[in-house]
Write a protein that binds this ligand. Structure first.
Ligand code: HEM
Length: 215
């Protein structure tokens, strides 16, 4: 049982931290805003390692983590389920018999333009926040957020949803907030894309950075 926790919790968490750092560094505007918001919240090198409570209180960090998980879910192949007794009929009429294996791929659904909009391929943490120009009402934002939450399978769904979700997220928040507070980090080659090989876990290669302690 312990081995299962390690297998399920190690790569997924590391992949999510790597994604958050990579996508932020590819979008320096986002990385800078994160650093500004950490500093405005009074978090300094003396606060490190930054606590889960403090990091979770920063909406922009939450938006970054959710967007990184959307861009590259820690599990990026179909989450399979057996169709229960009696089979299942879709609203569109198609029927799937009981016992059939069906699944939804979190990576693909996270790129569905009817949920995330025309810029679904872009890393834009702001999509998880209420429109800052104030053009979006609270009700409209709640409806949009509900739609995104319903389609977000980065931790799966239903009775087999990830049991380590909160532990995984705790690590991602703390590590990203602490790195951004303690270090200056730049991509060695900002133009180069990383390489991702999907084999259940999407394995990333090529995140090369220059890192130095902030004064
Ligand atoms: C950011 C980090 C993590 C991500 C993205 C992640 C993602 C997932 C996903 C997508 C599933 C499949 C859910 C489904 O089929 O509906 C899953 C299941 C699972 N996860 Fe995680 N996970 C993370 C961290 C962890 C951690 C830290 C642990 C344990 C300490 C853990 C333990 C498990 C276990 C035991 C299952 C199987 C649950 C079951 O089948 O009932 N996960 N995770």
């Amino acid at each position: 049982m312990l081995t299962i926790e390690i297998v399920a919790g190690a790569d997924t968490t590391a992949i999510s931290i790597r994604s958050a750092i990579y996508f932020c560094l590819k979008n320096p505007r986002v990385w800078q805003r994160l650093r500004d918001e950490l500093s405005t919240a009074g978090l300094t090198k003396e606060s490190c390692p930054i606590s889960y409570k403090d990091s979770k209180a920063i909406p922009y960090l939450d938006a970054i983590v959710r967007e990184a998980l959307r861009m590259l879910p820690g599990v990026s192949l179909s989450l399979e389920r057996y169709v229960p007794e009696g089979g299942f009929r879709f609203q569109t009429g198609e029927f799937v018999p009981q016992g059939a294996v069906v699944g939804v791929n979190p990576y693909l659904i996270c790129r569905n333009k009817s949920v995330w909009g025309a810029d679904a391929e872009e890393f834009r943490p702001e999509r998880w926040l209420r429109d800052e120009e104030g053009a979006e009402t609270e009700e409209a934002f709640s409806a949009r957020l509900r739609k995104m939450n319903d389609a977000d399978l980065s931790f799966g769904a239903g009775s087999r949803i990830c049991i380590g979700k909160h532990m995984g997220l705790m690590q991602v928040y703390k590590v990203v907030a602490t790195i951004a507070t303690l270090y200056d980090v730049d991509l060695v080659d900002p133009k180069r894309e990383w390489k991702v090989t999907n084999s259940w876990f999407p394995r990333q290669e090529g995140l090369e950075v220059r890192i130095s302690r902030r004064p």
